[in-house]
Unconditional design. Structure first.
Length: 256
């Protein structure tokens, strides 16, 4: 498909999505969300894909939502724009395959929310993070108030949301907002190696790890344990576990 705001590259079982509006620091507008929805429709029908990587072109991951588009919105239009973005990010979070954010530069406002909807985040040492919406008299609109506190805790979340401070990749690492910081020129190499490592595992097992961990996070601990036991049991009937355990016993790599 010919997209205007995103670029898509597929290598073996890994798909890499780049937000491609560098002249606008990859700001999120309605067209970006529409094209992301089309892209996710495609991904959901590609059974060979095992991992997704998301990054941005130029010096930004995503610098935020498109203020030029938002500036003339009324309350109802703004609410609809918020819900539109939330639905896209919720779809991303709910994908069966793991999604890695390769944060190459500014991840501010909607860009930080975009990164937080991924399963984990690897950052360039030049990356910057923040939720600066209060500088505009606004609050986050794409679930930033909800995901941030779940990732970094209430205190750090409220600090970032209320001060609008922009923090370094190292500070984001300290908070738990990102999982690893690497040299800028090494970012995509490191992330693709990580994606390849995940793609080499049992794909159904990886999918189930994501499903059980994410679903279990929002339910009672005992219910989460029951969910885990259920999917642990199901693992023994899907073929992967038999090959995986046999390969271990035979001291060879599994042939998935």
């Amino acid at each position: 498909m010919d997209y205007k705001t995103i670029n898509v590259n597929t290598t073996n079982a890994i798909v890499c999505l780049s937000i491609a509006r560098p002249e606008a620091l990859n700001a999120l507008n309605s067209l970006v969300f529409d094209e992301l929805n089309l892209f996710l429709d495609w991904v959901e029908n590609q059974s060979q894909l095992k991992v997704m990587v998301i990054t941005g072109e130029g010096k930004a991951f995503v610098a935020g939502a498109d203020i030029a588009e938002m500036s003339n919105m009324n309350s109802e239009e703004a609410k609809a724009f918020s819900i539109k973005g939330q639905k896209v990010f919720n779809r991303l979070e709910a994908l069966k395959i793991p999604v890695i954010a390769a944060v190459n530069g500014f991840a501010l406002g909607g860009g930080c929310e975009f990164a937080m909807s991924c399963d984990f985040r690897i950052a360039s040492n030049k990356a910057k993070f923040g939720q600066p919406e209060v500088n505009l008299g606004l609050i986050p609109g794409y679930a930033g108030t909800q995901r941030l506190s779940r990732l970094v805790g209430m205190g750090d979340a409220l600090y970032l949301l209320m001060t609008a401070d922009v923090i370094s990749a190292e500070e984001a690492l300290r908070m738990g907002l990102v999982q690893k910081v690497v040299e800028a020129e090494e970012l995509m190499k490191v992330v693709m190696e990580m994606a390849e490592k995940i793609a080499s595992k049992g794909s159904k097992a990886v999918e189930n790890v994501k499903l059980v961990t994410r679903k279990g996070f929002n339910i009672a601990f005992e219910d989460g344990c029951n969910l885990e036991a259920d999917y642990f049991g199901k693992s023994f009937g899907n073929g992967e576990s038999g090959e995986g355990m046999q390969a271990f016993l035979e001291k060879r790599k599994p042939n998935w």
